[in-house]
Design a protein around this ligand. Structure first.
Ligand code: FES
Length: 273
């Protein structure tokens, strides 16, 4: 069992942080890599990118939104209880390079994935502006951590309850218009990553996105996580999860993510009633 040593609820209880004992993974993992977790023997395999690793303590931290039966089961696990399986680290680590001005854009729980990458980019000498957004103030996560991980943090809410009233893309356009940005990293809901990539493509600014399609084995064997990038089929679990944002077929990805929507909804409803 992989024991939970710390647990927090965020974003009005819709997002949960679990720090889990997993010493071998903590020792090897790098920013951008993910793990696959199962709550119990019959549980569904859920891929989640690590938000933090602590090799000294032997722990990894995951942050997830409660969206279906499996994540509802995860949410019920208390400190001292644990996950039956945690497999990883999986996927390729983020390629961290000193390029100059970098903008990191995060939405929803994508901010958790973005956090170690932002810090890694800052640590090697990049000038990092970070833009994070949520529907409202209560749903924002990791504001303080992102402030510390970057040189300049901009916050947006869709309803204007905090920070800039509007989308992360509004602020991104302002930054791109006023600074010589060399790299944008965007992680969050697929429509957000698509919108960011459209803006940066017009301005020819290199853009990295992290994809989270449906996964099963996480080792390149089942094909469940296939995505089209630059007209080629890629497996997000072994070729990614990060890809050139200008080359991703986002519409296909959104269709594939919706493939089991009805079954997921029914399963969640049955579990909650
Ligand atoms: Fe099976 Fe990627 S999850 S090939």
């Amino acid at each position: 069992m992989f024991k939970i040593v710390h647990r927090e609820e965020m974003a009005e209880g819709t997002v949960v942080l679990n720090e889990i004992e997993a010493p071998l993974i903590a020792k090897k993992a790098k920013p951008g890599q993910f793990v696959i977790l199962k709550a119990n023997e019959e549980g569904e395999r859920i891929p989640l990118t690590m938000a933090e690793t602590n090799p000294e303590k032997g722990t990894i931290t995951i942050i997830y939104m409660v969206v279906g039966k499996s994540t509802a089961l995860f949410k019920e696990l208390k400190v001292g209880e644990g996950f039956q399986d945690v497999i990883g680290p999986l996927g390729k680590p983020t390629h961290l390079e000193k390029v100059g001005k970098v903008v990191c854009v995060g939405g929803g729980t994508g901010v958790a994935v973005l956090h170690p990458i932002t810090r890694g980019l800052k640590d090697i000498g990049n000038d990092v502006t970070c833009i994070i957004g949520a529907r409202n103030k209560g749903l924002l996560i990791l504001e303080e951590q992102m402030k510390n991980a970057s040189h300049d943090l901009r916050v947006c809410t869709d309803d204007g309850s905090y920070g800039h009233h509007g989308f992360v893309t509004d602020v991104l356009k302002d930054v791109l218009d006023s600074e010589d940005v060399k790299l944008v990293v965007a992680i969050g809901p697929v429509p957000m990553m698509k919108a960011v990539s459209q803006i940066t493509k017009e301005r020819n600014v290199e853009t990295l996105v992290s994809l989270n399609p449906i996964m099963v084995d996480g080792t390149g064997m089942c094909g469940g996580c296939r995505v089209t990038v630059g007209n080629e089929t890629k497996f997000a679990c072994v070729d990614g999860p990060e890809f050139d944002g200008h080359q991703v077929d986002y519409d296909e990805l959104m269709l594939r993510l919706r493939a089991y929507h009805e079954e997921e909804r029914k399963c969640h409803n049955d579990y909650c009633t």
